[in-house]
Design a protein around this ligand. Structure first.
Ligand code: N2P
Length: 349
């Protein structure tokens, strides 16, 4: 009876039941958990068309949300996820990611060796770069003169009272303050993080909104006149509102990279490999870069990009834009210190 029930159940969940003892083919489904506004629909549709694999996409707006979902659901609900470098470190150390079988990723060869083998995953055993970018200053040239807003610290000017947007992202916001103070954005010293918090408290009167899900909307609709954002969000906003400009702050922009990974509890591992391999195809990576407005780590795709994209500093920073930048790394246990001050800041204490 129990056996019959098991067979019926496995059928009911949509599995292709071939018969006792034979391997069960994987369901043609992929559960993809990605940053919001980070993948063109056309790219997902094309994947389904080519493979017959249905993509169930859902989105998050911070690494912290992604991490807590993976923790609570033991990574079972998703097949492909997109942590930033510093969360790859944390997730792989905690056993949340599957060790990748490179033989299933034929397009690995297209990736820029300079962006592989980084500290967060030295052998890229658990993650592969998807896009990289910066966090910098955004402004609306109709109301703010670009010459008047060149430094992070300029955002503290009282003329911006109640009119700025900051990312709803603990590490980005604290990194800005740490940069102003001359510390590393990966600082783990509580005294320094506290100093950053004190500085950020002084910025509070200028902050109208914290948002990471749809920053471009607030920019397009001119609900804020300046602030902090990710380069691709400024790129997408500028497409619809030509007054939007992006500035690499003098103290240094923040550098980050987001990565494809398979959670250790993933149920559709074959689909996950096919998807990752598809995303690393040059023609696909090119469309992603051009539509989403972040730089691709795919060298073959880069060769296909228009001159216009390659020369657009909102997408590809010039070398000089990257002077003084630092890449965000895992801060280990200090993450709880950041969290504590972030909560205080958001509560206005
Ligand atoms: C896009 C999110 C960019 C990710 N909405 C920043 N790491």
């Amino acid at each position: 009876m129990i056996r019959i029930l098991a067979v019926v159940l496995s059928f009911a969940v949509g599995g292709v039941c071939i018969g006792a003892g034979e391997p069960r083919a994987e369901e043609k489904v992929l559960n993809f958990y990605n940053w919001s506004d980070y993948m063109p629909d056309s790219v997902l549709k094309q994947f389904t068309k080519e493979t017959g694999i249905k993509v169930n996409g859902s989105t998050f707006d911070s690494n912290e949300t992604l991490y807590s979902k993976l923790k609570t659901l033991k990574g079972k609900a998703y097949d492909v996820v997109m942590p930033s470098t510093y969360f790859v470190s944390r997730m792989r150390k905690e056993g949340l990611l599957l060790k990748l079988d490179r033989s299933k990723i034929s397009n690995f060869k297209n990736l820029d060796p300079k962006l592989l083998g980084q500290a967060h995953d030295p052998e890229n055993d658990y993650s592969l770069p998807y896009l990289w970018g910066t966090t910098g200053i955004v402004l609306n040239t109709k109301t703010v003169k670009p010459e008047s807003l060149k430094r992070w610290k300029d955002l503290w000017d009282p003329r911006f009272k109640g009119s700025l947007m900051l990312l709803d992202d603990v590490r980005d916001v604290f990194s800005m303050a740490l940069k102003i103070l001359g510390y590393s954005i990966n600082d783990t010293d509580e005294a320094h993080i506290r100093q950053a918090y004190e500085l950020l408290k002084e910025l509070t009167p200028n902050v109208k909104i914290y948002n990471s899900e749809t920053p471009k909307v607030f920019l397009i609709e001119e609900e804020v006149i300046a602030g902090m954002t990710w380069n691709g969000e400024a790129f997408k906003a500028k497409r619809e509102n030509p007054n939007i400009a992006y500035v690499y702050p003098e103290e240094g922009a923040l550098l980050w990279m987001d990565n494809l990974a398979i959670p250790s509890g993933a149920k559709h591992v074959e689909s996950a490999y096919r998807f990752i391999d598809y995303l690393l195809r040059p023609d696909v990576a090119k469309v992603i870069c051009e539509q989403i407005g972040y730089a691709t780590p795919n060298l073959e795709a880069r060769k296909l990009l228009s001159k216009e994209t390659l020369e657009n500093r909102m997408v590809y920073p010039a070398d000089s834009d990257l002077s003084k930048t630092e890449i965000q790394n895992d801060v280990g246990d200090a993450v709880t210190i950041y969290e504590k001050y972030w909560q205080l800041l958001k509560l206005g204490r």
